[in-house]
Design a protein. Sequence first.
Length: 222
Amino acid sequence: MLLESYPVGNREVYDRVRRQIIRRYLGDDRGLTHASADVRVPRFLLNDLTRYWRTVTVDFVYKQVAENDKKWALRNAKLRMSRKLIFAAGLAHVFFCHLDPLAASARSALMKSRDVSLLTAYLEQELALSPLEVIAKACVDLPIGDATARDIFDSYDRFLGILNNQTKRSELEKARTHDDLRNSVAWEEVRTVSKPFHDGLVALFLKEHDVLRDLTMKYGLF
């Protein structure tokens, strides 16, 4: 609902439901509203984002068994790229609650009066961005090297090109055995683009920016 949804009916109803979800995550997070330190990361929300990512990986293995490897290569490609991008964007959202100057007044309200309304409004606005836009914001607003940004966006552009090519997509949909994968040009392309994409995200969150690295280590891992 927060990371992937888009309204197909009444926009007001959609916005109201999403706002209430965000407010519940923030309002029930005593570590966020009562912390003595000045770091403001919504950890309840972060926990569910992480659980979402783990659920996606478990579901991948479940479908592998339940569907007898049907569309294994295509699902694996999405797990390596689009699903990972969605999770990375979720991490960026929660960490930008602390890093983004636009969230400064929201952080101040939390520290002074434990009021989550401004942070709710901030997250509501940020969640309107697409995952690629969120990662682009991180690359632009933080001192992130050009090589890291190119690894992420060039690789993802090539991945979209693969999926947009009906011949290659059909090849991925049909590949299921080891022989299929060994003989699949499309699968080899997926493997080729997924490595720099992964390396770019690792560099973004763990190497390029000291504060983002510390947030990822402290809240994203342990």
